[in-house]
Design a protein around this ligand. Structure first.
Ligand code: ZN
Length: 148
């Protein structure tokens, strides 16, 4: 990985881990909630969101995870707020592809720093946990999703 991207990756992960956005934020009148669990690392989080006319108007997460899981959840909530369900699903696909299939990080904006996680294959599931949990919340599945 290029040095610039690596230092950007570390900077963004550290920043979002230290000061996670939308953390312990329960949207008033949240109507979609899901819990996610990554047994490989022990990351556990829940995502709750308010869906109104097909748009995610508010979103927050809670739980306990490693730096990558927390930072990824923080970045996820930041980028999903204001998106339609279709846009959110497309973003999930792109992030998932980038992390698991060497997909391009091309137009992911801020999220492209997550590509740095590919250097640590054991941590990929930490990074995808929040996104799987988001998917479950959008599908309104009850219960817990696991990355395994
Ligand atoms: Zn983790």
């Amino acid at each position: 990985m290029m040095t610039d991207l690596r230092s950007l990756y570390e900077e963004v992960i550290l920043d979002h881990n230290r000061n996670p956005r939308n953390f312990q934020h329960a949207p008033p009148a949240a109507n979609h909630v899901a819990h996610g669990y990554n047994p490989l690392c022990g990351d556990e989080l829940s995502v709750s969101l308010r869906l109104e006319n097909g748009i995610v108007t508010d979103i927050g997460f809670d739980g306990a995870g490693c730096a990558i899981a927390t930072a990824s959840a923080s970045l996820m909530t930041e980028s999903i707020k204001g998106k339609t369900v279709e846009e959110a699903k497309a973003l999930f696909e792109s992030v998932h592809e980038m992390l698991t299939q060497q997909g391009s990080a091309g137009d992911l904006g801020k999220l492209q720093v997550l590509v740095g996680v590919r250097e640590y294959p054991a941590r990929v599931k930490c990074a995808t946990l929040a996104w799987h949990t988001l998917q479950a919340a959008l599908r309104k599945e009850q219960g817990t999703v696991s990355t395994e």
